[in-house]
Design a protein around this ligand. Structure first.
Ligand code: IMP
Length: 432
């Protein structure tokens, strides 16, 4: 049995992590977010009711589960309070069990303005960001000029630091991007009234996790986006601005890496990507369109249609290696019901050679041609199946092949959006 479980997206995000976090935290004491911000959109469907969380950990729906937002998460304070209030309207009290690290960088209006201005200036080469200010906020953090949640407690100092950083960014907004400056006073006036509500939630997440470990409590570390969007190991520059790999769970919360016991990679039964960037197995035919429609493949944050394609085991191999995956969870298997044949990409052709690992960088990946293995599909419905033995023979064969090619066990299979439409072969928080 594991105490500290990392759950992350093994592809380009949108693998259905929210549902699995929500399901597994039934047996957890706490859930912690460690990177990203409200660019994430984690959809939960419980008894037919849909909730989308962007910043609040997906364990929020479980009464009594402590929710932690680690230092690796960039926080838009307004968005945070909006989500808290939305949960409150559903009779879910989160404020009393939410801890926010004082080291979280704050997303401010000029970050959003810069994000949008940069994308516009890039034209055809735009990354296709979510426009939430994520990249510029992380830039400020690394440049050591960012404002952090802990700065909110000293209003005078906060105002001074804000003026300095805004002067700096407004210069490039106006002079370089030819956009309007963001108003300093308006920014200050919009954030200061929120401070009173935020401060009681601020705490030392690292210390909290240490003490939970001392008490042998179980913690779920909830990744956002996916490993292929990692700033270092993803399809750079078409990536997000944080590390999405398993190790980020340690850095983004302040827990030692050896304290992480188990890493679950969430992989969709096919592949999707939202935004620009290379995607070797992308489908431009009616099958791609069919997967998109049947799988409701629209971004939970931006509503943008997701690009769809076959499962890519080459890309997954990189995730397995970089993240040290313990097991896989395959989601959205039901979306593939009814396909006559299904394909799995097992290698790439690159510059006349066959390769089994994706090259680093977008330019090289653009040149890779996928090589497929074709398998028979299944006509029977898998939607809602909750035990492995009831799956159609060909669906089982498909899963077996994924397990074989990845050399990983498949611990969980998701067969629908509802919390309970899941086959749990092995629960990470439970003795088997
Ligand atoms: P950013 O994170 O808003 O800077 O966007 C950078 C890239 O990551 C874009 O291609 C986005 O579409 C993608 N991205 C960011 N968040 C998510 C997510 O939660 N799911 C899928 N893609 C995402």
């Amino acid at each position: 049995m594991a105490n500290n479980v990392v759950l992350l997206g093994a592809q380009w995000g949108d693998e259905g992590k929210g549902k699995i976090v929500d399901l597994l935290t039934e047996k957890a004491d706490a859930v912690a977010r460690f990177q990203g911000g409200h660019n994430a959109g984690h959809t939960l469907v419980i008894d037919g009711q849909k909730t989308v969380l962007h910043l609040i950990p997906s364990g929020a729906m479980r009464e009594g589960v402590e929710c932690l937002i680690g230092n690796g998460v960039v926080v838009n304070v307004e968005q945070l309070l909006k989500e808290i209030d939305n949960l409150k309207s559903m009779n879910i009290d989160i404020e009393s069990r939410l801890m926010l690290s004082m080291a979280c960088p704050i997303i401010l209006p000029h970050h959003i303005a810069l994000d949008v201005a940069r994308e516009k200036a890039k034209g055809k080469k735009a990354i296709g960001t979510t426009g939430r200010g994520i990249g510029p906020c992380y830039e400020d953090k690394v440049a050591r000029r960012g404002l952090r949640i802990g700065d909110l407690v000293n209003a005078k100092l906060f105002a001074e630091k804000l003026r300095e950083v805004m002067d700096y960014h407004n210069h490039s907004l106006v002079q370089y991007f030819k956009q309007q400056a963001v108003d300093y006073q308006e920014t200050l006036d919009s954030i200061m009234p929120l401070v009173e509500r935020v401060v009681p939630m601020v705490g030392d997440v690292s210390e909290k996790l240490y003490s939970l470990r001392q008490q042998s409590k179980s913690v779920m570390f909830e990744g956002a986006q996916g490993m292929l969007l990692d700033i270092d190991h993803g399809t750079y520059p078409y990536v997000t601005s944080s590390n999405t790999v398993a190790a980020a769970a340690a850095i983004g919360t302040g827990i030692g890496p050896l304290e992480l016991d188990y890493v679950l990679g969430i992989v969709k039964a096919y592949t999707t990507r939202v935004g620009s960037g290379p995607f070797p197995t992308e489908l431009f035919d009616e099958v791609g369109q069919w997967l998109g429609e049947k799988g409701h493949e629209f971004g939970a944050t931006t509503g943008r249609p997701r690009r769809c394609g076959w499962l890519d085991m080459v890309a997954l191999k990189r995730t397995r290696q970089v993240c040290g995956l313990s097991a896989l969870c395959v989601t959205k298997l039901d979306v593939m019901d009814g396909l006559e044949t299904v394909k799995i990409c097992t290698s790439y052709e690159y510059k006349g050679n066959s390769i089994g690992l994706p090259p680093y960088g977008a330019d090289a990946l653009e040149q890779c041609v996928p090589v497929y293995e074709t398998m028979s599909g299944w006509n029977e419905k898998t939607e809602g199946i909750r035990d492995y033995t009831s799956l159609p023979v060909n669906a089982k064969k498909y899963l077996d092949r994924i397990s074989e090619l990845s050399d990983l066990p498949i611990d969980i299979v998701s067969t629908g959006a509802e919390r309970d439409d899941t086959i749990v072969c092995k629960h990470p928080f439970q003795e088997q």
